[in-house]
Write a protein that binds this ligand. Sequence first.
Ligand code: PDD
Length: 279
Amino acid sequence: EWVYLNGEFKPYDEACLSVEDRGFLFADGIYEVIYVHRGRAFRMEDHLARLQRSAAAVRLELPRPAADLEAAAGALTARNGLEAEEATVYLELTRGSAPRQHAFPAQPRPTLLMIARKAHRPEPEKLERGVSVITVPDERWHWCHVKSVGLLPNVLAKQQAVESGAFEAVFVRDGRVTEGSSTNLFAVFDGVLWTHPADRWILGGVTRSVVLELAGRLEITVREEAVEASRLGRADELFLTGTTTTVLPVVRVDGRAVGSGEPGPLTRRLQEAYLQELE
Ligand code: PDD
């Protein structure tokens, strides 16, 4: 297995990072997760645009042009023999290594890492029958639109979900549902598709944008508005979206059935349309 580190391809076991990399010490870094199908990166331009926005927000500069990153991601999946498969590329950019102090180093040398792996979509049974979620307080920072590697609240929330037998933890901030720990959430009420607006309280998912596009094409009415947590359990349908999650029906919230307890019709249509789009 090969990884890409600062412009070079290295065998996994030989790729080394400094013990004082600021990604490790301060979570001073950002990332992307990109889906690559048969060597073709899905919506690469959206991922690169978001990477640029995250970088700008935290005053990082991409060490090389976006086009180079795209080529490197392709080359890395090929080197790992994944060009005929479904793969994900994890890309991380940190402010590099320097003696530990909070302020930026005078001459930062960013670390840029890419790892390519076989993709793991949710099991067919989950995509077919749906999953359960729990709700948890959203105790993250105020810049959720930045794809920061500071994911401790997300990690703790997901672990809580796993320990309670649920697939995902859905965050609630000020009485409103924001998103999942690594997914966006959609709800259907009376035939209208609701999802939180892409503001600073969520990570505007690439999958979320594609689903909104597909909803437009399928003439489904959309409201980019947060759902009150108290109404979540009364939604007719719920589903999660994300690069690795695709479109995943949610059939239980905090142990109570959603709608009929089975994936709903709009969820199905959008799921089918999305899976076709991936091909
Ligand atoms: N997570 N919201 C959060 C908090 C996320 O971390 C993610 C992605 C999403 C969905 O974004 P997209 O559709 O662009 O994947 C929403 C990635 C996959 C991860 O951390 O592994």
